[in-house]
Design a protein around this ligand. Sequence first.
Ligand code: NAD
Length: 260
Amino acid sequence: MPAPLTAVVTGSTSGIGLGVATAFAENKMNVMLNGFGDADEIEKIRAGLEETYGISVLYNGADMTKPEEIRTMMREAESAFGPVDVLVNNAGIQHVSKIEEFPEEKFDAIIAINMVSAFHTTKAVIGGMKERGFGRIINIASAHGLVASPFKSAYVAAKHGVVGMTKTVALEGAEFGVTANAICPGYVKTPLVEKQIPDTARERGITEEEVVKDVMLGPQPTKKFVDVAEIGALAVFLCSEGANSITGAALQVDGGWVAH
Ligand code: NAD
């Protein structure tokens, strides 16, 4: 296993991606951050991780709907750090609406950001990983990669697609020391989830409190949101030698949601 490891984490200016990038930094990995947001805030995050953990952190604002920007970001990571050992496909958006009212451009954007971008990032690095005999591809899918909910047609389609693509990448990388796994979180209290509370309340005709209690935490037997640090800890483990034989898996971190 190379040391220090170099990782690219898409959508890491917020939420789960930032949690994974922070866990990697704590474990002395160099990280390329990506995602949208206020430039000063992002620079604060980047410089803060470098200073706190003594590793190198870069930022590239590639838009995950734009394949050329994705390729440029992956090249920039390699020219700054050397080979990319770990790729985390995490960038994602959500839209909650019944199918007959679902805006077509939202559907396309969710498929592009939540699913197709993982093809472009993976295509850019998997050849090098196979040549070097080591690589870790971690796709942040969702419990919605395994089961559906109403009003999330694009998201459920994209996440099921990601789980399927993960299996193919795992098969192609298996003999070359390259693993690919999907992490399938239940509800994690991030901006993506906060934003869908009012929309879900409207679609279901219930209050926002009922959305949290019944729609989000109802199916999670622990009755608790998943913590971003728990996703980060699993991602770190998947990068270790202890996880050499874990590949093609859809790993639930969902407080038991998919168990029933
Ligand atoms: P978030 O809104 O906090 O973060 C999303 C990140 O993606 C941000 O950094 C944002 O800037 C970035 N992003 C959005 N569009 C982008 C684009 N076009 N190009 C580049 N970056 C872009 O959301 P989160 O909850 O942390 O979600 C992260 C991932 O985890 C998503 O794939 C989401 O589907 C998945 N997930 C979240 C939950 C949850 O409950 N929060 C559960 C399961 C899976």
